[in-house]
Design a protein around this ligand. Structure first.
Ligand SMILES: [Cu+2]
Ligand SMILES: [Zn+2]
Length: 209
């Protein structure tokens, strides 16, 4: 008699647990569905959020900043530089005019400050990872070491540049270009001289904001 009773209790417990876990399973499924649904609704670019190259950082894909360049050191340089956050990183599109023909360095400098007539208010090269000055992609280089622009006889130059070393307004201060300055120089960057490639006077300055 006792044995049967124990048997019944055991059976009841097993059945009870079975029902409970089945129920829990369903509830979990439902919660997951709802979470996915909320995600789709709240992110403009939710489709590819999982594929961001950098773990914890949320990239503001599609965010654009248009920088108007102002003439410095008595130059006539003008133009705009557009920065756009993509899945892959930041794409920069420079469209400049009023330059002298030849090769001109272009860098991101550490201060978003173009107040001085010589552009020196923008400070030195943006170097959040403490590297030496150099050529982009080869050995050591600053995160602001974009390189050189080739300017035609008409004084115009365009440059497209994409990198995942930058972001627009993300939480990673070693990549965030917002608040920095862009400088175009009178001469070429030699990619060797420290701390800034011996690129000469600053002929244009813009603030990334
Ligand atoms: Cu520079
Ligand atoms: Zn540099």
């Amino acid at each position: 008699m006792k044995r049967i009773a124990i048997g019944i209790i055991a059976l009841t417990l097993t059945l009870g647990l079975g029902v409970t876990s089945c129920k829990e399973g369903k509830e979990t499924e439902k919660i997951t569905d709802e979470t996915e649904h909320t995600d789709d609704g709240s992110h403009d670019h939710g489709e590819h959020d999982d594929h961001a190259n950098h773990d914890d950082t949320t990239l503001m894909v599609g965010k654009e900043i248009m920088v108007t360049m102002s003439a410095k050191s008595g130059s006539d340089v003008n133009g705009v530089i557009e920065f756009m956050q993509t899945e892959e990183g930041v794409t920069m599109n420079a469209d400049l005019a009023g330059l002298t023909a030849g090769t001109h360095a272009i860098h991101i400098h550490q201060n978003g400050d173009c107040s001085s007539d010589d552009g020196k208010s923008a400070g030195g090269h943006w170097d959040p990872t403490s590297e030496d000055h150099g050529k982009w992609g080869e050995g050591m280089f600053h995160s602001g070491d974009i390189g050189n622009l080739e300017v035609a006889e008409d004084g115009k130059a365009t440059l497209e540049f994409t990198t995942d070393k930058w972001c627009i307004d993300c939480d990673d201060e070693t990549r965030n270009i917002v608040g920095k300055g862009v400088i175009v120089h009178a001469s070429a960057d030699d990619f060797k001289s420290q701390p800034s490639g011996a690129a000469g006077a600053r002929v244009a300055c813009g603030v990334i904001e």
